[in-house]
Design a protein around this ligand. Structure first.
Ligand code: FAD
Length: 338
């Protein structure tokens, strides 16, 4: 028999924005049920970069992504959210009374008065470089498309490929963990933050990072385990170096998944919203965090938190059109429990 859950707001996605939405809804005494396709909470922070430091969360000069997720979970504890993890929301139906029924891949049914889609990038896949036999070394045999635990690379010789933020951030971080770090980038300038690019150059000048520009990793070698990679420069010259791990970081291919088929107005694979309350084209359905789009959208955790606050106010008005809500500070009232 399949489970049926009743709640005020169903939050689709347990990334940082979905989790913080529980807090904002909780302040308005709204109950939340959170569903995520992944088996753990935290979205991209847990799945892609749990040990990467984040520097742009107000009040935290530096916080590891995994620690931020833990803190968010502590922060929402007083509101007793419930979770369905490891199940993807597949379909949604709006009932005549304005409420909704959502159904997951495993048949769990969630009945709710409003929906907050915090689906991030949806189901995402790393972009893999076109290198013959790369797959042979996936699954812990030397090729990693994301860094889940930096300790995997302790005292290793590693090659990172890419020119964006992930490649730069991990080069900086792993320079203190791995025995030898080589960053290979096909261009001469980086797409990632200028400050991070400066740090990588400084590490290179200090002899802590090998920087190979205008080049690509073109071949991988080894028996069962990865043993070496060949780097080919834009002028055609090649160099084969011994490595324990190769980490190509070329970003993610976002796939909106079933959310794209629910009749919501979309733009470039993201859900269009009204920035008044982050409502979508379907009344009672809101979209917050990386999943939404509007003029000036920034895919940052900070912006998602703001969107969650306004979404909760909007959802409250949708559920109780006749009630007037008066904003109260948590510093005055503390955190009310449900
Ligand atoms: P996500 O974290 O993507 O979570 C969405 C969740 O929704 C996922 O867990 C997914 O499984 C789930 N989901 C999707 N569809 C469904 C469905 N149909 N049913 C059930 N579940 C579903 N931002 C910063 O502000 N500062 C940084 O320093 C920073 N560094 C970054 C470094 C890297 C390497 C990357 C990749 C991103 C970084 N970001 C950073 C961006 C930040 O991670 C995102 O802005 C943030 O994760 C968005 O949060 P979210 O909750 O909207 O979505």
């Amino acid at each position: 028999m399949h489970a049926t859950i009743s709640t005020d707001i169903c939050i689709i996605g347990a990334g940082p924005v979905g989790l913080f939405a529980v807090f904002e809804a909780g302040l308005l005494k709204l109950r939340c049920h959170v569903v995520d396709a992944l088996p753990q909470v935290g979205g991209q922070l847990s799945e892609i970069y749990p040990k990467k430091p984040i520097y742009d969360i107000p009040g935290y000069p530096e916080v590891l992504a995994g620690d931020l997720v833990q803190n968010l979970m502590r922060q929402i504890e007083p509101f007793h959210p419930t979770f369905t993890l490891g199940e993807r929301v597949e379909s949604f139906e709006k009932l005549e009374d304005g409420s909704f029924v959502l159904t997951t891949t495993d048949g769990t049914e969630i009945r709710c008065k409003a929906i907050a889609i915090a689906g991030g990038l949806g189901s995402f896949e790393p972009r893999k470089p076109a290198i013959e036999e790369l797959e042979k070394y996936e699954g812990g045999k030397g090729v990693y498309y994301m860094v889940r635990d930096p300790e995997t690379f302790r005292d290793q010789r590693i090659v990172i490929a890419g020119g964006g933020d992930s490649a730069l951030d991990w080069t900086i971080f792993l320079a203190n963990v791995a025995k030898e770090v080589t960053l290979v980038h096909r261009g001469t300038t980086f797409r990632g933050a200028a400050d991070s690019a400066e740090k990588v150059k400084a590490l290179h000048e200090a002899g802590k990072v090998n920087l190979v520009l205008s080049s690509n990793v073109t071949h991988v070698h080894g028996q069962e385990q990865l043993e070496a990679v060949t780097i080919t420069a834009n002028d055609g010259s090649t160099n084969t170096i011994t490595v324990d791990s190769f980490i190509p970081l070329f970003g993610l291919t976002p796939k909106l998944g079933p959310i794209g088929e629910w009749g919501l107005e979309l733009e470039d694979d993201a859900v269009k919203v009204n920035t008044l309350d982050y409502s979508t084209s379907v009344p009672g359905v809101y979209a917050i965090g990386d999943i939404n789009t509007y003029p000036g959208k920034l895919k940052l955790i900070l912006c998602g938190f703001h969107e969650a606050a306004l979404m909760a106010q909007g959802a409250y008005k949708y559920m109780f059109p006749d009630k007037k809500y008066v904003l109260k500070y948590t510093t005055v009232n503390g955190v009310p429990t449900l």
